[in-house]
Ligand binder design. Structure first.
Ligand code: TEU
Ligand code: CA
Length: 557
């Protein structure tokens, strides 16, 4: 397999609003990121993925963009951006921008024009349809509750918005839209950025008939089958690749809701015609159900292993994986799949990290994950800021599908805001994030869990991540080795091997707080194994092993 820098890199995701506030207005900003560049250098990451920093009315925290070539006032100025980019580059860190082009803000000048009249030159930049019998053109529900259509009185028609009504979907079938997007991408590349994370890029091509979807618990139809991996998506990405991506040395990752391994082989094929890699959702959706993501179900380890193994083995030699447990749309994995009690928080955080970082693919670390940050004890609906959470509460409770107390518990467990509370820098007021009033509450556990404390203690989660990242840089087997699952039916152990050029790694992770027995697989018996990394001091590869609570170890043979 061809060796490239983006296969060997570790990416760190920054959600700018919550990372570090430099001017006391309670909102994280670009100068705040620049201040922390040495912290990131110390962690050892290669790339920063920056969630959107463009001008935006902030209906969805910057995922609703009103000017793709300007910086949001809350975050600073273009000069601040340039300084941040230079500070990153000076340290050998690359910057990947979030590219949100399935939709714009309804305050983007294109949409302001588009809604004016049916013959406006920008009309076909968006997806407009006539109503049906005085109602929406079809039964689709928006990802953020309510219908996926908004009526506009000026022309007596509806526009499509898969997300909020302030996020109208662009019409990618219009070549002018593609020209505009590619020009804008080129402009950022000229500025010297190093790649794009492409927001819901799998949704840009819709089945033209826009058929009704299967009706769910909220009374709306599911648009998934008619927009995920739609008819022209690969054609459009190949065009993007020809016209922009192939002309620069970039890291490209498509966020691909509804992607299957078969589709991923096209999006992220090693032949380089489209993108480097995709974010898939199958392992994140394992605990979904009738009321979508809203429940308290636990992910079953056997199912998790089956899904991740499928992605590891099916893409092997054909396409490239991304690896993630956390991002700004997911609750903290430590609270979901690990154990966030004081007794097991650190050891289970390290276990989860080991399990993910030893796989094949490019790992993503989400801010605070490297500290073992946890879910947040939100008390009331007023504590939440996320449009998805707030709307879902009103819709599902309003319709009587879920009662209020239960829905509050679900929000506390699954809300995206769990990932969006301020980064915990130290034990001073507001965790050192701001000198003002933070835009969203700080997790009260910041006195115990914070960067300053962890940087001062050798056995912290921070230094464990630092070591995992260093090991990946030093050991090609971690990047390129073949993956093989062991013990597929085991309900508490996730064990697998990685193999390259006669060198084999054995990875063993105990996902439970109980002791688990495991015999050394036959292929290793009699061989001398060494410890590459482990989260207990005295882990050893022995014929008969007992794995302690959340023990994780990597042995090299
Ligand atoms: O997320 C797309 C997406 O699939 C999410 O809506 C996801 O289903 C949901 O957040 C899970 O709870 C991207 C961005 O990452 C997200 O922050 C944006 O809100 C969304 O697109 C719209 O731009
Ligand atoms: Ca600020």
């Amino acid at each position: 397999m061809e060796r490239t820098w983006w296969k060997e890199a570790v990416v760190y995701q920054i959600y700018p609003r919550s990372f570090n506030d430099s001017n006391g207005d309670g909102i994280g900003d670009l100068n705040g990121i620049t201040e922390k560049m040495d912290y990131l250098k110390k962690l050892g990451i290669d790339v920063i993925w920056l969630s959107p920093v463009y001008e935006s009315p902030n209906d969805d925290n910057g995922y609703d963009i009103s000017n793709y070539r300007g910086i949001m006032k809350d975050f600073g100025t273009m000069e601040d951006f340039d300084r941040m980019l230079a500070a990153a580059h000076e340290r050998g860190i690359r910057i990947v921008m979030d590219l949100v082009v399935n939709h714009t803000s309804d305050e983007h000048p294109w949409f302001v024009e588009s809604r004016k009249s049916k013959d406006n030159p920008y009309r076909d930049y968006y997806i407009w349809r006539e109503g049906k019998n005085g109602k929406e053109p079809n039964n689709w529900g928006s990802c953020f509750s309510g219908p996926a259509w908004e009526y506009d009185g000026q022309t007596d028609m509806y526009y499509l918005h898969l997300f909020s009504r302030k996020q109208p979907d662009l019409n990618w079938d219009n070549p002018k839209v593609r020209d505009e997007v590619f020009d804008m991408m080129d402009w950022w590349c000229q500025k010297g950025i190093d790649g794009f994370r492409m927001d819901v890029i799998s949704l840009i091509s819709k089945v033209p008939e826009l058929p009704d979807g299967k009706v769910g618990k909220n009374g709306y139809g599911d648009y998934g089958p008619y927009v995920c991996n739609g008819p022209h998506v690969h054609e459009y990405l190949q065009e993007m690749n020809r016209r922009v991506l192939s002309r620069y040395d970039l890291l490209t990752v498509g966020e691909c809701s509804g992607v299957t391994v078969e589709e991923a082989k096209k999006y992220a094929s090693l032949d380089g015609k489209e993108l480097n890699m995709v974010f898939q959702f199958e392992h994140m959706d394992l605990d979904g159900g009738e009321t979508f993501k809203w429940n308290e179900r636990k992910i079953k380890l056997t199912e998790l292993k089956q899904v991740l193994t499928k992605w590891q083995t099916s893409l092997m030699g054909k396409a490239w994986n991304s690896l993630y447990w956390c991002n700004h749309d997911q609750p903290r994995m430590l609270s979901r799949l690990g154990n966030d009690s004081p007794q097991y928080r650190e050891v289970s955080a390290k276990m989860l990290a080991t399990c993910l970082h030893m796989m094949q693919g490019t790992p993503y670390v989400y801010q605070g994950e490297e500290l073992g940050m946890t879910n947040v004890p939100f008390q009331t609906l007023e504590d939440f800021r996320d449009i998805e959470s707030i709307n879902a509460y009103h819709e599902l409770v309003g319709q009587g599908v879920i009662d209020g107390d239960t829905m509050m518990r679900y929000l506390r467990y699954k809300s995206r805001d769990n990932a969006r509370t301020p980064m915990q820098w130290n034990d001073s007021e507001n965790a050192g994030f701001t000198e003002g009033t933070p835009w969203i509450m700080v997790n009260p556990n910041y006195k115990e869990i914070n960067a300053e404390e962890e940087l001062a203690r050798e056995d912290s989660v921070f230094y464990y991540y630092q070591k995992l990242i260093r090991l990946r840089h030093e050991n090609p087997v971690i990047v390129y080795g073949d993956y093989k699952l062991l013990l597929p039916e085991h309900e508490a152990l996730y064990a697998y091997t990685r193999e390259l050029d006669g060198e084999t790694l054995l990875v063993i992770c105990n996902f439970s707080s109980e002791e688990q027995k495991m015999d050394l697989p036959e292929e290793f018996s009699g061989k001398e194994g060494t410890v590459l990394i482990s989260n207990y001091e005295d882990s050893r590869p022995e014929e008969h092993m007992t794995l302690r609570a959340y023990e994780a170890a990597v042995y090299r043979f």
